[in-house]
Ligand binder design. Sequence first.
Ligand code: ZN
Ligand code: ZN
Length: 374
Amino acid sequence: MDTGEGAHSCTPRLELAFRRIESRHLSFLLVTNPKNIYYLTGFRGSAGVLLVAAEKSCLWVDPRYTLQAHIQATGAEVIEERHGLLRAAAAWLKKSKRPRIRKLPRVGFEEGNLPYAAFVQLRRATQGRVRFTAAGELLEDLRAIKDSREIECIRQAGEISCVAFEEIRNLIKPGVREADLANELEYRMRQKGAEGPAFETIVASGPRGAWPHARASLNPLEAGQFVIFDFGAIVRGYSADVTRTLYVGRPNRRARSLYKAVLGAQEAALEALRVGFQGSEPDRAARRFLEQVRLGRFFTHSTGHGVGLDVHEPPRLAKNEKRRLTAGNVVTVEPGIYIESFGGIRIEDTVLIGERGPEVLTPASKKDWVVGGS
Ligand code: ZN
Ligand code: ZN
C-alpha cells in the first residue's frame, strides 16, 4: 500500500540513522524495537518491522495497525502484511540488489530486540543472500541526545510528576497505606495529562525502604520512619523519573544527618554534570561525598541513567562509564543509602545537560522532607 510520494521524504532522524548505518559498513538496518520505530518514523504501534535503507525505508505492519501507521509514520513506506512481518522483510532483503558491491549486503539487526527463534527464521528465509550483523546500541546512541521537542515532553512529564506529588503531600501521614499513596499519585499524574506511570510507582516506608526497588505494599506508614517515593509520568512516550524521601514524624539527629548526607551527595553529583565530563565523574562525586561521612558502603547502586523513551537508556552515570556527557543528554541523578532493618533514603532528579550547565526537570521540593511531625 502506497501513501504517495510526500510521505516518503526521509525524516532528519532517518537520515541521521542511515549515516550511522553507513559508517558501520551496513547496507540496511532492521529495526524491531517499537520504541526505535517510533523514534525514527513516529509510528507508535506495539508491533512493526522497519527496514532502514538508502533509497526508501519500509515499515511492515499487520492489519491492526495499517490505518494508524498511514497516519503516524513519515519517511517510510507503510506495507500491510498478513503473513509475518519478518518473513516479508526477509523476502524484500532477498530481492535487494547491490550491483556495485560484490560482497553480500550487510544487514544490521537489534540483537536485544530479536528473539533467537525469529533470527534463525530470518536467516533461513534470506537463504544466504545477506549477512547479518548485530547493530548494538546504534539507535540508542542517537536517542541519547534529545532534540527540543523531546526535551519539552520530558519537561512536561517532570512537571506533571512533581505537581501530582505536591498534591498528595498532605495525605502522607501515619496509618495511610503505601499502595493507596501510589494509586493516588498515579491517578493525579493521569489527571494532569500523563499517558500513565513510567514504571510501577515505588512507595517504601521504614525497613522496606532498604530495598532500592521495593513495590508499594499494603503496609501503613508509621511515625518515626523514612518513606521513599519513586515515580514518574509519561508524556508522548517520554518518561520522567523522580524520587523523594520524606520523614514521617519528628526526625532525630541521626535522621537529619543521614538525609543531609544524601542531599549533599546529590548536589555534588549535579555539580559534576557537565558537557565533556565522563559519565563516571558525577558517580565519583556522589560516592566520594558519602564516603567522607562514612556512608559510602550503603550506596549500593550507580548514580544515574539516561531517560527518554525508555526509563533506563544510555548514557549511564556509573563507576566505569568512560563515555563523555553531551549537550542534550537527559539523565537521572539518584544517590541513595540503604541500611538493613532501618530503611533507605534516595533523592533523584531528571536532569537536562546543557551547554551552560545542568537543568533539573523535576522541581519537587527536596527541602520539605518532614511530614506529619507534630
Ligand atoms: Zn526512579
Ligand atoms: Zn532512576
